[in-house]
Design a binder for this molecule. Structure first.
Ligand code: CO
Ligand code: CO
Ligand code: CO
Length: 323
């Protein structure tokens, strides 16, 4: 994307606090001294078979970028691409109903949307939220000495691939569905209460790719402890059997010049930290002295994970040490 946009002119505006140039989760625009808008959108093709669950997951995923910035979502609009000639309208109704459930949980409201006919079904949301213009979080303010906290276990990419190949049983299908449909709302509220330095959510680039974005934007180095990183146990089993989606290798390959991997690291764990997540957890960079309070608040709120998985280093800048 950076390549595609290079050389294009984007308007400058003193109220634009986070714009298109910084590879961050969403745009932030100041309206008053106390209120800034957060705007983001996300949509994709189904990753689970049940339309209602797909709606829930797509909505949680789209809302996540507001939470990653420490904001509060207010309104959402549907983005729909639907093969109206080949698919029952009830499917679309179910998807939107699932989305509504999650928007309701987020205490936001649905205010409209747009649909087009498309041979390939896609759904997502455009979300508007608010945040204090001096208090929003980005991936660009991690500080050396911070600890890194992850709020959902990894492995949904591997397991969604196994699901597509009809290799998942009902129990684990429900487990990953609930994990992907879980909002990052509680995690965001906990980190805002504690006061943290930086945050991003883990989605398509995997833990590795989003960590690298944070390291580059913050001009720091990061060290990730693979043994401490929370994983969905079944994802590790499938990865051990070689069921690793192409996206994981693409993520690893994309990061390869910025990685310092200890030879003792289990290659299976490397596959998992580069696994593309859908609606993954928050990666939070928290000052060391606040880390135990953050973990305590995450546990109180019952977030899917609450693990310290690494630390922020002064240097080498823009490098991820995998240990
Ligand atoms: Co994001
Ligand atoms: Co996004
Ligand atoms: Co329209």
């Amino acid at each position: 994307m950076t390549e595609i946009l290079s050389g294009l002119t984007f308007e400058k505006d003193p109220n634009l606090l986070v714009g298109i140039e910084t590879c961050d989760d969403a745009g932030v625009y100041r309206i008053t001294d106390d209120i800034a808008l957060i705007q983001t959108l996300d949509f994709f093709t189904p990753i689970v078979n049940d339309p209602y669950d797909f709606g829930r997951i797509a909505a949680a995923n789209a809302l996540s970028d507001v939470y990653a910035m420490g904001g509060r979502p207010l309104t959402a609009m549907n983005i729909v691409c639907f093969p109206i000639k080949d698919m029952d309208k009830a499917v679309l109704r179910s998807i939107i109903e699932g989305g509504l459930e999650i928007i309701h949980k987020a205490e936001a409201i649905m205010i409209g949307g747009h649909s087009v006919e498309d041979p390939e079904l896609k759904y997502g949301l455009s979300v508007t939220g608010i945040v204090h213009p001096q208090k929003f979080l980005t991936n660009a303010s991690a500080r050396p000495g911070d600890l890194l906290v992850l709020t959902k276990p990894l492995g949904t990419g591997i397991l969604a691939t196994a699901l597509k190949a009809n290799k998942l049983d009902e129990k684990i299908t429900i487990k990953i569905t609930e994990l992907m449909a879980a909002l990052n709302k509680d995690a965001a509220e906990a980190m805002v209460e504690v006061g943290v330095n930086a945050c991003t959510d883990i989605t398509g680039f995997g833990l590795l790719g989003h960590s690298l974005e944070m390291a580059k934007a913050s001009k720091v180095g990061l060290r990730i402890y693979t043994e401490k990183t929370p994983l969905i146990p079944e994802a590790k089993v499938f990865a051990s059997m070689g069921m690793v989606p192409a996206g994981s290798f693409a993520n690893q390959n994309f990061c390869r010049h910025s990685l310092d991997i200890d030879p003792s690291v289990d290659p299976i764990l490397l596959d998992l930290i580069s696994d593309a997540q859908t609606s993954g957890g928050l990666l939070i960079s928290v000052p060391e002295k606040e880390a135990s309070l953050l973990i305590q608040k995450l546990i109180e709120r019952n977030t899917p994970s609450a693990h310290i998985i690494g630390e922020v280093l002064e240097e080498p800048i823009g490098v991820i040490q995998v240990r």
